[in-house]
Write a protein that binds this ligand. Structure first.
Ligand SMILES: Cc1cc2nc3c(=O)[nH]c(=O)nc-3n(C[C@H](O)[C@H](O)[C@H](O)COP(=O)(O)OP(=O)(O)OC[C@H]3O[C@@H](n4cnc5c(N)ncnc54)[C@H](O)[C@@H]3O)c2cc1C
Length: 401
C-alpha cells in the first residue's frame, strides 16, 4: 500500500511526485510509467532543448480560465525556482522563452530523475496501467498496487510513440468522468493545393485561419515551413489549435514587413529598371524563388512572363496574393505528429485549486489529460509542471492534515 501513486512519469507526473515527497518526506510515493524510462517526451521538447516555460505565461495564455488558480500559485518565476531548487538553472531568450542553461532537454530530465531518486520516490517502469478501481477509499491499479491517493498524469493522445496513447482517458471514464472532444493540436496542416515543389522552403509570415464565411478564428506570426503535404512551422502549428472540426482556409501574408503599396511599388520599380527581366527573377529580391513561382501561378500568369508584359491590374493582383495567399485546409497530420491534445477531461469536474476530482475523493489529475492547451513557446510545459506541483502538494497535504 503506497500513500500516493502517480500514473505516468512525464513532465507533470515527475513534478507531482517530487512536490508530494517534498511536502512530506515520510509519504511513500510511486510513479508507474508505461515506457522503459520516464520522461521520454521531455527529451523531444523544444527540438531537444526543452522550452521549459515562458515568462509571459498567465491565465490568458490558455484555452480556459480554469487554469487561474494553478497559474497564480505557480507562475513561471516559481517554476524557474522549482527547477533551481532541484539543481537546474534556466535562461530566457529575447522572446521570453525559458530554456535550461545547458541548452539541452536531457539536463531537465536528469535533474528531475536525480531529485526523484534522492527523495526516495519509487519508479516502476514498463508497466502500463489498464484499470483502476476504488474500494472503500483505496485505489487499486490492475489488481496489483494499492494506494490512498492517486494522481493521473498520463498525458493526452498526441505523440503516442512517446507514451501518451490516450489510455489515461479510459481510466478516468471508468470513474464516471466526462471528456470534451479531442483533437490534435500544435500540428501541421494538410492543404488541397499541391506544394510539392515548395517542400523545405521557409518564410516569415502572418498566418490566419478563416472559416468559409471569412471570419478569422485564429492568427499567428512567425515561421512557416512548406511541406509536400501542406504547411508546417511554429505559426501554422499555433493556428492549428483552432481548426478542430471547422472547414477552414489558411491565409499567409508572405511579406508581413512590407505594406501592400510597397509591394506594388517594388514590382513597378523593377519594371522601370529592367522591363525585360522575368517576373520570377524580380521577385527573388523579396522572397525565395519557389514562393515567387507559387504567387505567379496563383495570379494565373505565365511562368515566363516579363515585367514589361505585366498590366497594372496584374501587379495589383500579385500584391494582393502576396498579402493574402490562400490555401484550402483539408485536415492535419493527426495525433501521431501533434505536440499536444486539444480537449481532455472536463475541468469542471475537478476542484481546479487542488486538482482533486469532485466525483472521487483522493483522485487527482495533472498535465495535458485535463482540458487545457496553449500555443507553442513553453506554455504547455508550464501547465504540466505547475499542475503537477499543485496535484502532488494537494495529495500530500490531504494525507498529513
Ligand atoms: C515533439 C514535442 C515537442 C514539444 N515541445 C514543447 C516545448 O518545448 N515546450 C512546451 O511547453 N511544450 C512542448 N511540448 C508539449 C509538452 O511536451 C506536453 O504538453 C507535456 O509533455 C505534457 O505533459 P504531461 O505530463 O501531461 O504528459 P506527457 O509528458 O505526455 O507524459 C505522460 C506520461 O504518461 C505515461 N503513460 C501514459 N499512459 C499511461 C498508462 N496507462 N500507464 C502508465 N503510464 C502511462 C507516458 O508514457 C508518459 O511518460 C512538446 C510536445 C512534443 C510532442
Amino acid at each position: 500500500m503506497y500513500d500516493i501513486v502517480v500514473i505516468g512519469g512525464g513532465a507533470s507526473g515527475l513534478a507531482a511526485a517530487i512536490s508530494a515527497k517534498k511536502a512530506c518526506g515520510k509519504l511513500s510515493v510511486l510513479i508507474i510509467e508505461a515506457l522503459p524510462k520516464v520522461g521520454k517526451k521531455i527529451l523531444a521538447t523544444g527540438n531537444g532543448r526543452c522550452n521549459i516555460t515562458n515568462l509571459n505565461a498567465d491565465q490568458r495564455s490558455y484555452n480556459t480560465k480554469a487554469v487561474s488558480s494553478v497559474m497564480n500559485s505557480f507562475p513561471p518565476a516559481k517554476i524557474i525556482d522549482f527547477f533551481s531548487s532541484i539543481g537546474l538553472e534556466c535562461v530566457a531568450d529575447d522572446e521570453s522563452r525559458v530554456y535550461p542553461m545547458s541548452n539541452t532537454a536531457a539536463s531537465v530530465l536528469d535533474c528531475l530523475r536525480f531529485e526523484a531518486e534522492n527523495l526516495g520516490i519509487e519508479v516502476l517502469t514498463d508497466t502500463k496501467v489498464n484499470s483502476v478501481i476504488n474500494k472503500g477509499g483505496v485505489f487499486e491499479t490492475d489488481g496489483k498496487i494499492k494506494c490512498r491517493k492517486l494522481i493521473v498524469s498520463s498525458g493526452g493522445k498526441s505523440s503516442p510513440s512517446q507514451g501518451s496513447d490516450g489510455s489515461g482517458y479510459g481510466l478516468l471514464k471508468a470513474f464516471g468522468h466526462r471528456m470534451t472532444p479531442l483533437y490534435p493540436g500544435l500540428v501541421q496542416l494538410t492543404v488541397k493545393e499541391n506544394l510539392k515543389t515548395l517542400k523545405g522552403v521557409r518564410v516569415k509570415a502572418d498566418v490566419s485561419l478563416r472559416l468559409k464565411n471569412g471570419k478569422e478564428i485564429s492568427h499567428s506570426s512567425g515561421e512557416v515551413l512548406f511541406a509536400d503535404y501542406g504547411l508546417s512551422g511554429i505559426a501554422v502549428m499555433d493556428v492549428s489549435r483552432s481548426l478542430m472540426d471547422n472547414d477552414c482556409r489558411c491565409f499567409l501574408n508572405i511579406l508581413p514587413d512590407l505594406k501592400k503599396e510597397k509591394v506594388y511599388d517594388f514590382i513597378a520599380r523593377a519594371a522601370e529598371r529592367n522591363p525585360r527581366q522575368l517576373l520570377e527573377d524580380a521577385l527573388c529580391g523579396i522572397m525565395p524563388r519557389k514562393v515567387g513561382y507559387l504567387i505567379i501561378k496563383n495570379a494565373g500568369l505565365r511562368q515566363d512572363i516579363t515585367l514589361k508584359e505585366l498590366r497594372k491590374t496584374d501587379i495589383v493582383l500579385l500584391a494582393d496574393i502576396l498579402k493574402n495567399c490562400e490555401f484550402t485546409v483539408t485536415g492535419t497530420k493527426g495525433f501521431d505528429n501533434a505536440q499536444i491534445t486539444i480537449g481532455g477531461v472536463c475541468n469542471d469536474e475537478f476542484d481546479m485549486k487542488t486538482l482533486e476530482s469532485k466525483k472521487i475523493p483522493g483522485l487527482y489529475c495533472a498535465g495535458e489529460i485535463l482540458d487545457v492547451d496553449a500555443p507553442c513557446g513553453g506554455f504547455n510545459l508550464q501547465w504540466a509542471w505547475a499542475s503537477g506541483i499543485v496535484a502532488g502538494k494537494s495529495a500530500a497535504n490531504s494525507l498529513t492534515r
